[in-house]
Structure formats: C-alpha cells, structure tokens
Design a protein around this ligand. Sequence first.
Ligand SMILES: Nc1ncnc2c1ncn2[C@@H]1O[C@H](COP(=O)(O)OP(=O)(O)OP(=O)(O)O)[C@@H](O)[C@H]1O
Ligand SMILES: [Mg+2]
Length: 255
Amino acid sequence: MIINFNKVSYFRSGKTLLDHIDWQVEKGEHWIVLGLNGAGKTTLLNMLNGYIFPSEGDAVVLDHVFGQTIIADLRRKIGWISNALQQDIPPSDTPLEIVLSGKFASIGLWDIVEENDIQQGKKILEKLGISHLKERAYSGLSQGERQKVLIGRALMADPQILIFDEALNGLDIFAKKEICQMITSLAQEDKTIIFVTHNTEEILPIFNKALLLKNGRVHSQGPLSEVIIQENLEDFYGQDVDVFAHNGRFYISAK
Ligand SMILES: Nc1ncnc2c1ncn2[C@@H]1O[C@H](COP(=O)(O)OP(=O)(O)OP(=O)(O)O)[C@@H](O)[C@H]1O
Ligand SMILES: [Mg+2]
C-alpha cells in the first residue's frame, strides 16, 4: 500500500476542508484527482506531503504513520510539482540550483551539495532537455521551461510518489505533449503518479484510477471506466455534460 487514508478530516478556521476521506492507493496504480475550484484537492495533496496533519482519522503514506514519523524523511520520497510552487522559487536561482534543492525538498538551496549531486543534477537537466539553461536565472525562463525545472527538482531525490497539481497549465500543446511523454515514462519506472487537473484531456492512458472530490468529500472513486462516465460526472458536477473518449483521452464539456 502506497497511501492509506482512513476517515481523514481536516478542519481549519471553523471550516471542514476534508471530510472523512477514505483513500487507498496501491503500488502500480496511478490516480487522477478531479474537483471544482475549492473542492479540497490541494489540501489533500498538502496532507500527503506532510505539510498539514489530519484533524481526525489516520493517514499512512509509504509506511510513514502520521504522528509517529519524521516528516522530512517522507517528504524526500515525494516529488511535488505545482504551478503554485513557481512563485516561491527565488527568482535569481539557476535551474541547476533549483534541481539540486530537490535533494532536500527545500525551496532555495541551503544545504551543502556534493560533486556527485551536481553530476546527478546535470544528468537530470540533460534528460529534460534543458541543460543549456543551467546557468540562467529562473525569472528569465518561460513557463514551460520553469515547469521542466520543477519536474527536475522533483526527480532529484528519486521519489516514489510524484504529485502533479495543475502542473501543465500555461504550457503550449507541444510542451504539454513532451511533459506527458515524460510522465508516461516515469509511471513505467515504477513511480506512483497522482495527477490533479481541470483538463480531462490531460488524463493519459497510464492512469487507471480516479478520485472525485466535492466540498471536501469523496464523491466517487475507482477505475476510470466506472468513474469518468457521463452519468457519474453529471451527478458530480450537478450539470449536464458531454463526455467523449478519443485516442485513449477523455474530453468533457458543459452541455
Ligand atoms: N488555511 C486555510 N484556512 C481556511 N480555508 C482554507 C485554507 N486553505 C484552504 N482553504 C479553503 O479550503 C478549500 C479547499 O481549498 P483547496 O486549495 O484544497 O482547493 P482545490 O480543490 O485545490 O481548488 P483549485 O482547483 O481552485 O486549486 C477552499 O475553499 C479554500 O478557500
Ligand atoms: Mg488547488
């Protein structure tokens, strides 16, 4: 079992942000998390990363029992790629520094790096096709280049779980395709992928499970073929929608 959430709730400022979440992720599964703005997706992922703790219920991630574990050890096993992370990166940091900071799951590079870390960081930049940018300041990179740097940062600690939280926003169709190919090969390398998006056409064939969140609760979860279907989605959104599948991708539009 990679993730095991049992009746997990999270309260903040008098609000219930997560409400009795039961969620089990097994090895070999790759999950899509869907939900409207404010549904609780990012809150759930922040908990997965150990940035927040359950107010009620039990959470176990990669055998780390929340409340009985050193959370920094867990964080190094999880790569987190999010659009929101972009604004926290120090603008003058270079892609190589940012990738290296992934070893410590830190924002900014504060720890001492060794020569073999630098070699590994360079190798990752090469794999992502952005070696030529390694000395440039982050602030001078395009959106797509920044996303690739953040993927590199997430890969630096060789994590077991990779979380993508709306990570493809703002990318052109070709950059998106390239990153989708990258995600596909990471899934094949035995990493568990958790992918949050509002754009269902980003649901790649590697994904086999979906979690639909609504108002902090699980609306439905299970195999894509049972969850991403018109009847369930209309109930989920409370609106009429059209769903089509084409080349293994899903397209949902408001009717
Ligand atoms: N620290 C906090 N205190 C109070 N409310 C919060 C806090 N953090 C988040 N929220 C609220 O919790 C709800 C869920 O937020 P969350 O960021 O998890 O949504 P989301 O599903 O990721 O939405 P989006 O698709 O817009 O990113 C929102 O209504 C948000 O305003
Ligand atoms: Mg969010």
